[in-house]
Design a protein around this ligand. Structure first.
Ligand code: PLP
Length: 375
């Protein structure tokens, strides 16, 4: 057995490892924050919001309880009203269309393209007299071709709201995901590039009025004086979570670089296999800067491959219970989306997180090759 093939465990998620790697710093944050009794809407939250806004070059970043709530509040603040249709890609987490429904809108799913993101060509055919907005979902750490989406939106008078839950730091033509539409929403769910110890999210916008409304909505509809001016929610980003995120954010470039290096290694070692389709390589084109929230491949005999990798201790994931949104019968959104249907027969996520090493990628790739080629 060579070093590259000796058994080892590469879990898909490795929260324990990620915590242990910075345990002292995290414990010091817990101690400091708890000693100050700084739990809700305190300095740490404002610091993190400030750093996030500065990084993205936006006027406002507002910490919220999770991205799903953030999307609901963003829709409501951007003026979506009952009966408005919103076009979104069915290849997404159910949270994306759920946010539209909870804001009174009607989600209209469309197909994805070969990069697994919303197919700009599919949008126009789905537009009706009731269409009000487009929600690109910047999936797997990649930003959709926003030129084409913005062009369709402008032509039909639609507004854009980005579900950029999976794409903090991703760019299209030098502009960050989350900053193209009227608002963008990020998730800090533990598995995200920037992940807290529980739920967390943020709404970002350059629109003062949207920011004002989201600030009210996240805190029971109360303004700075405590006056209740609208029906609100309780969906604030906890101060402790913000402090943890702020720590991770200091090294955010390191996180992105690591993931891009892993993606480049996967590309180098699997790129010649005809049985798999890989995501675009990190240097595939100069328009996209991908941050690889996930490394989602398409694979022949996907389920067999998954079992073979599991037998070697390699964790993989098939996203969202193996179904696109339009495939969940209870939601009543069924329609023909052939590219998305094909994707869900073949998609598989290979290990991609801060605890995965280049050596681990070598191990994974050697077993993928063995599976197909007996190498
Ligand atoms: C594309 C997408 N949108 C929305 C969400 C919801 O995020 P949250 O769990 O923070 O509500 C997720 C979560 O994983 C997601 O992947």
């Amino acid at each position: 057995m060579t070093a590259a093939t000796e058994p080892r465990a590469i879990p898909f998620f490795n929260y324990k490892g990620a915590f242990s790697a910075r345990e002292d710093e995290y414990v010091s944050i817990f101690r400091d924050t708890i000693h100050r009794g700084a739990f809700i809407q305190q300095r740490d939250l404002h610091d993190f919001e400030h750093h996030l806004a500065e990084y993205l070059g936006v006027k406002h970043a507002i910490g919220v309880g999770n991205a799903t709530d953030g999307l609901v509040m963003a829709w409501r603040s951007a003026g979506l009203v009952a009966g408005d249709e919103v076009i979104f890609p069915s290849h997404t987490m159910v949270a994306s269309p759920a946010s539209i429904v909870h804001a009174g809108g009607i989600p209209v799913p469309v197909d994805c393209g070969d990069d697994h993101l919303i197919d700009p060509n599919a949008i126009e055919a789905a537009i009706t007299s009731r269409t009000r907005a487009i929600m690109p979902v910047q999936l797997n750490g990649r930003t959709a071709n926003m030129d084409r989406i913005q062009e369709v939106a402008a032509r039909y008078g639609l507004f854009i709201l980005e579900d950029s839950a999976q794409a903090l730091g991703s760019q299209f033509k030098g502009r960050f995901a989350g900053t193209f539409g009227r608002a963008g929403v990020f998730s800090f769910y533990p598995a995200k590039l920037l992940g807290c110890f529980g739920d967390g999210g943020a709404v970002v916008t350059n629109d003062d009025e949207i920011a004002r409304k989201v600030l009210l909505l996240r805190d029971h509809g109360r303004d700075d004086t405590g006056e209740v001016v609208t029906w609100g929610f309780n969906s604030r980003l906890d101060n402790l979570q913000a402090a943890i995120l702020d720590l991770q954010f200091r090294d955010y470039d390191v996180i992105i670089t690591h993931r891009r290096e892993l993606a480049a290694a996967y590309q180098e070692q699997l790129g010649d296999l005809g049985e798999v389709d890989l995501p675009p390589a990190p240097d595939a084109d100069s328009d996209h800067f991908d941050v690889f929230q996930n490394y989602e491949i398409e694979a022949d005999r996907r389920d067999e491959l998954r079992r073979a990798l599991a037998a070697q201790g390699i964790g993989t994931i098939i996203q969202w219970g193996g179904k696109a949104v339009h495939q969940f019968a209870a939601l009543g959104l069924n329609r023909s989306l052939p590219r998305t249907d094909r994707l869900f027969e073949r998609c598989l996520m290979l290990p991609m997180n801060m605890m995965v090493s280049l050596d681990d990628v070598g191990f994974v790739c050697s077993h993928v090759r063995r599976f197909y080629r007996g190498e």
